[in-house]
Design a protein around this ligand. Structure first.
Ligand SMILES: [Zn+2]
Length: 342
């Protein structure tokens, strides 16, 4: 099979490699679609986790068809349409036992920590597959597990109630899906970005207002728009400045959820404000099997529409260009998906 492998910093190659062999408790999935995103970019540009053995197959956001199953696997059969969950948790620790497996200390992410799914086939844990409803195309199913499930989990962390107001900082791939989902929840959404094309798109996808963070103080503008601050803010940019604006944009009693992963320290808030206004700040990391299952239910019921989400498709050789597009924001990708893995 062909596989897109990282050989070193900024060194991606399409290699011919053997099809991996699943163990008795594993399944082999023929990959039909695999999304690429900021996590891949981070690894390719030099952020591979310590201990990673190069060359390594990239790809952490995939869907396809079960090709073969190990002798001990009873839940799946060849031909089943599945999405492959992003992380492989230990399934034994306290977090795993309460459905918070995204916090498992032993979480391994194929495509980041070990061989992933930008290849003809990938080995998967049968407990970490989600059935893809018949009407959902593979390129949409693939992005559900990260680009859609990550903002979905964050909105649950935000505790968004029907009719709430929410400011979304960063209207890229994750932010646009947060917008779709927040509208589904009946929220009033303010989209914040520094790119006028992204802001236009946010309005076209249903945002109630758009704030250009280059035009002065975004938090002050949000206070004006929402008459005293939003109920919830969610941050996808991963910069301390953006988190600071998000925290200052909420009303008393408001909660800010930080999803963006950056290298900076979080700026400290005046304690007077934090305490007297009963502010809350929470992190949100990845998603759970439960989240992904709920999203496929929404897709099956046609309540969630991802038909505009995959703005670019490519083959394995086009991944480098796709990552560059993500970096430069040229062509304003929402999500790029590799749909030709042969
Ligand atoms: Zn665990």
């Amino acid at each position: 099979m062909r596989a897109l492998r990282l050989h070193g910093i900024d060194d991606l190659r399409v290699d011919e490699v053997p099809v991996p062999t699943p163990g008795p408790a594993e399944v082999l999935v023929e990959v039909a679609a695999c999304g690429i995103g900021a996590r891949d970019l981070m690894v390719v540009r030099g952020g591979a986790p310590p201990g990673v053995r190069l060359p390594q197959v990239l790809g952490h956001e995939a869907a396809g068809t079960v090709a073969t199953v190990g002798a001990e696997v009873t839940d799946w059969q060849p031909g089943d349409r599945v999405a492959v969950l992003v992380g492989r948790p230990c399934k034994r620790c306290g977090y795993c036992s309460i459905g918070r497996e995204n916090l498992c200390a032993s979480l391994v992410v194929p495509g980041i920590d070990t061989d992933g799914a930008l290849a003809g086939f990938v080995v998967a844990d049968p407990d970490l597959l989600a059935p893809v409803p018949a009407g959902v195309p593979f390129h949409e199913a693939a992005i559900v597990v990260d680009a859609v499930a990550t903002p979905y989990h964050a909105l649950k962390r935000a505790g968004l109630a029907e009719g709430s107001t929410i400011a979304i900082f960063g209207m890229g791939g994750l932010g646009m899906h947060a917008l779709l989902l927040a509208k589904l929840w009946g929220a009033d959404v303010v989209g914040v970005d520094v790119d006028p094309v992204n802001l236009e798109r946010a309005l076209a996808w249903g945002a109630d207002a758009a704030v250009d963070a280059r035009d002065g103080d975004a938090a002050a503008r949000i206070h004006e728009l929402s008459a005293g601050g939003v109920d919830r803010a969610i941050e996808f940019v991963g910069s301390a400045r953006s988190v600071d604006q998000a925290v200052r944009s909420v009303a008393p009693g408001g909660r800010t959820v930080v999803v963006g992963l950056g290298p900076e320290q979080l700026a400290s808030l005046p304690m007077q404000d934090f305490v007297a206004r009963e502010l809350e700040v929470a992190g949100s990391f990845g998603s759970t099997l439960q989240d992904v299952g709920e999203l496929f239910d929404l897709l099956e019921d046609e309540r969630l529409d991802l038909s505009r989400s995959v703005t670019h498709t490519t083959d394995l050789a086009g991944v480098e260009a796709g990552l560059r597009r993500l970096e430069t924001r040229e062509e304003h990708p929402v999500r790029t998906v590799v749909t030709d893995l042969r």
